[in-house]
Design a protein around this ligand. Structure first.
Ligand SMILES: *[C@@H]1O[C@H](CO)[C@@H](O)[C@H](O)[C@H]1NC(C)=O
Ligand SMILES: *[C@@H]1O[C@H](CO)[C@@H](O)[C@H](O)[C@H]1NC(C)=O
Ligand SMILES: *[C@@H]1O[C@H](CO)[C@@H](O)[C@H](O)[C@H]1NC(C)=O
Length: 421
């Protein structure tokens, strides 16, 4: 069994104290014991209240250069296979560091058109969101350009897809913390770098799986307006050259399981949705800044497929472990879907968010999953691209260090590795 260092340690310094303080010290020690007992009780209680816990967001928002974070934790606990790293021995992937993105991003979104990799929006810190796009040229590995987003466009939890020229940006959260989502949608013309208007979704959603299939833009699932409740609704609208060909979104067959932060793509004319979660952080009641509060979430590795519009959804073999926060962390290579990092189920003892440090492969001819290798660190909401034999990933929120898979630094770091599959 792999062992991980988690929990908090840090004893008091050893300074001699005058006799009259001994009583106070004794009292403090008693209190300390009480806290430890209480902690153990809370950890083993399955109904552990996490609604007042922002771990994974508040504790962790620091901008960093992604260096190894020193681990001061002392409590050793055992992890079962769901929570542990699956890839332990050796590492077939050799990573080469590229110039970092000009800003760090959590919940950023990306899309690739040829050799250009467009990286949108995202949180810099929990109180600051980006409203620009950085463009990376995969031919010379340089961040070459930055363009501003429209003032009215959402900043995270978007739906995003491109058709080879136009990038469709559907709904999403407007502003930092856990602010409301907006239904407003836009299109970026990547030739002229102009922004076009696009019909708003019938209602706003957070991070709905989005793709284009047989001439129609499909948007489904995500979280509802409260940011937490999973939605099953599914709409489509005919599109061509960056414009909607219809005035109204069409209702489609609902999806079997709702929720945000899932990979969604079309391959060989079939539509796939992979991973995701039910539930998410939501705004604290009456908080004027919509402060994020953690709620119960269920991360899953389910895979669903549609073979024909209007047909029943088919369920395919699930991912090797539950995985969420992967909406733009995938690429298609040689008839396989490659997925980079993500988050798995919260840690069973500490309930902390648990990041993933592996690269997964899903073969579309046999529907088999495998683990290709390990990342330089565990990371969620990372942004993936593939060019000239190289798998790239950039940005996201990384782990505390090799021994602690909970989230810490928001980074812009960019890496690539040669793959052969
Ligand atoms: C957490 O709960 C405590 C006690 O109920 C309360 O005082 C505090 O404001 C809460 N914090 C957040 C961030 O909700
Ligand atoms: C790990 O533990 C969790 C929670 O107890 C359980 O749901 C899961 O099935 C376990 N995974 C494995 C691979 O044993
Ligand atoms: C994809 O398949 C082709 C044909 O087998 C092969 O030449 C190429 O190297 C493969 N690409 C990758 C990235 O594995």
């Amino acid at each position: 069994m792999p062992r991980l260092n988690v929990g908090s340690g840090g004893g008091a310094g050893e300074h001699p104290k005058p006799r009259k303080y001994l009583f106070i010290l004794g009292f403090v020690a008693f209190l300390g014991l009480f806290v430890v007992v209480d902690y153990l009780r809370a950890s083993s209680d399955t109904k552990y209240d996490i609604e007042n816990d922002t771990s994974g967001i508040r504790q962790s928002f620091e901008i960093g250069d992604g260096g190894i974070v020193e681990n001061h934790d002392e409590k050793i606990i055992e992890l079962n296979a769901t929570y542990a790293d699956l890839y332990e021995d050796g590492d077939p992937l050799v990573w080469e560091e590229m110039p970092p993105c000009p800003v760090g991003r959590l919940d950023g979104y990306s899309t690739q058109i040829g050799n250009l990799f467009y990286v949108f929006a995202g949180y810099g810190t929990i109180d600051h969101v980006h409203s620009h796009v950085d463009i990376f040229n995969l031919n010379n590995n340089k961040w070459e350009r930055r363009i501003d987003m429209p003032r009215e466009m959402a900043h995270s939890h978007l739906g995003m897809v491109n058709d080879g020229r136009y990038v469709y940006i559907i709904t999403g959260q407007y502003g930092p913390q856990c602010r409301p989502s907006i239904a407003r949608s836009f299109v970026l013309d990547t030739i002229t770098l102009e922004w076009l208007d696009f019909p708003s979704l019938p209602v706003s959603r957070y991070a709905p799986p989005t793709t284009i299939w047989r001439g129609r833009l499909h948007v489904m699932g995500g979280s509802k307006e409260d940011r937490h409740e999973p939605s099953l609704q599914h709409w489509s609208i005919a599109v061509k050259d960056g414009r909607a060909l219809e005035d109204e979104w069409r209702n489609e067959l609902p999806i079997p399981r709702g929720g945000p932060h899932r990979a969604c793509l079309v391959a060989h004319d079939k539509l796939y949705i992979i991973g995701g979660q039910e539930g998410d952080f939501m705004a604290k009641l009456k908080s004027p800044i919509y402060r994020c509060v953690r709620r119960h979430e269920i991360v899953y590795g389910d895979v669903y497929m549609l073979e024909e519009p209007g047909a029943d959804w088919k369920q395919l073999p699930p991912m090797p472990k539950p995985n969420s926060h992967i909406e733009t962390a995938w690429v298609m290579v040689n008839n396989s879907i490659i997925i980079v990092g993500g988050t798995t189920a919260p840690h069973p003892q500490t309930n902390k968010m648990n990041l993933i440090g592996e690269v997964f492969r899903f073969k579309l001819d046999t529907y088999e999953w495998s683990v290709l290798g390990r990342l330089p660190y565990r990371v969620k909401t990372t942004l993936a691209a593939f060019w000239d034999g190289y798998l790239y990933f950039s940005s996201g929120q990384r782990d505390k260090g090799p021994l602690d898979p909970s989230p810490k630094l928001v980074v812009g770091n960019t890496f690539r590795t040669k793959i052969h599959i």
